[in-house]
Write a protein that binds this ligand. Sequence first.
Ligand code: FES
Ligand code: FES
Length: 217
Amino acid sequence: MESPTIPLISRRNALIVSAATATAAAVSSPTPAVAAPASSAPPAGPSPRMKLSLNVNGTAHPLELDTRTTLLDALREHLHLSGTKKGCDHGQCGACTVIVDGRRINSCLTLAVMHDGAQVTTIEGLGTPQNMHPLQAAFVKHDGYQCGYCTPGQICSAVGVIDEVKRGVPSHVSADLTARPILSAEELRERMSGNICRCGAYSNIVEAITEVAGSRA
Ligand code: FES
Ligand code: FES
């Protein structure tokens, strides 16, 4: 019985044929429909506004704000408290740290309308040049700054750190989650790690906070 004839084809020819086939298929296939990108434009019409009251540094401030206003912008642009700094505006540098109802937060990451009736403390509320908060005095004593841009956030954050330690809140580096934490240099660096200093005044910042925490924690 005669066996069927199998055409011989070289590997090179096979590649040429398959490439030509793929090209022809691509040319002849209909262009797929491209979905129109979703519009990122805000909806037309007036911006939504809301009345609220912020108690900042002991003074009540009635406000009516665009609901998209961050707490940072409410403080700086509407209440003209420019001590709180805008660094990254993305929660990455800590320059905007303030104390809200006793807890330190990044004011660029939260909307003002979420804090109706809250007690807010900014650097202006901690002390004055004539009557400095102990942390402010310690930063001066230990040269805990150079340009000073990060300093209000560092000091507000340090107030929060000292309070957290007093309340026994553990951190990522606490060895014993049930024991009252000791504010070691390692604990301090971890707890202050969200506050960036572009001038690199870290060692002096640690000394300043340690001095105050040592006498208060
Ligand atoms: Fe808020 Fe940088 S400005 S974290
Ligand atoms: Fe300049 Fe910290 S003192 S960024």
